[in-house]
Design a binder for this molecule. Structure first.
Ligand SMILES: [Fe+2]
Length: 195
């Protein structure tokens, strides 16, 4: 099925479900028990076809594990950094970790809003993340700066690919990934100028 057909089918489902919840568009009547249809409506997410939702879910899941893993390696570096710039980088990493965690929460909740269950558990992150880890050892402050500039530039590349793909699928999800790209690119700039 092509994406245009998918969109058309999603639109039909949308109109049917809105009619179930709020009554026919031409009248003021409501069903006797509008809540009786709510779970079906949430499960089906009437605005999107199944194959679009699955593709959006795949993109959001990939973004989710990238963000969670960035927050994990951020803590790893926060603890193990050593050198003259220990203190500012130690604090900067915690600031960025909070941003990665906030974004991961937004991405996961966007998936749930579409009826897709996100997986942010350790097993999923280990199996799916494309973020490179750090060695389990002290990391020199200069290596932290270079290492995060490298990892963030790769993460930005992947996020931009998702952003472009979502242009055809779901602008609301794309809007969120645009925010992810904006934050990651700002962080990348802040590491690059320290290198
Ligand atoms: Fe700490």
């Amino acid at each position: 099925m092509d994406s245009a057909t998918c969109v058309a089918m999603g639109g039909d489902r949308n109109r049917r479900s809105l009619a179930m919840l709020y009554g026919p568009a031409t009248g003021l009547t409501t069903p006797e028990d509008p809540m009786s249809h709510l779970s079906e409506t949430i499960d089906a997410n009437p605005s999107l076809g199944t194959h679009e939702r699955n593709e959006i879910g795949r993109l959001l899941q990939a973004q989710l594990v990238d963000l969670i893993d960035l927050s994990l390696i951020g803590k790893q570096a926060h603890w193990n950094i050593a050198g003259p710039n220990f203190h500012p980088l130690h604090l900067q990493l915690d600031e960025f970790i909070e941003q990665w965690r906030d974004l991961s929460d937004d991405v996961a909740e966007r998936a749930v809003a579409l009826g897709i269950a996100p997986d942010g558990q350790a097993g999923a992150v280990a199996a799916q993340s494309e973020v490179e880890g750090f060695p389990v050892a002290q990391i020199a402050d200069a290596e932290v700066v270079i290492g995060f500039a490298h990892r963030l530039s790769q993460a930005v590349y992947r996020a931009r690919e998702r952003m472009d793909r979502l242009d055809e699928l779901d602008l609301a999800s794309q809007d969120l990934i645009i925010e992810v790209v904006r934050v990651l690119e700002k962080q990348l700039w802040m590491f690059r100028v320290q290198g």
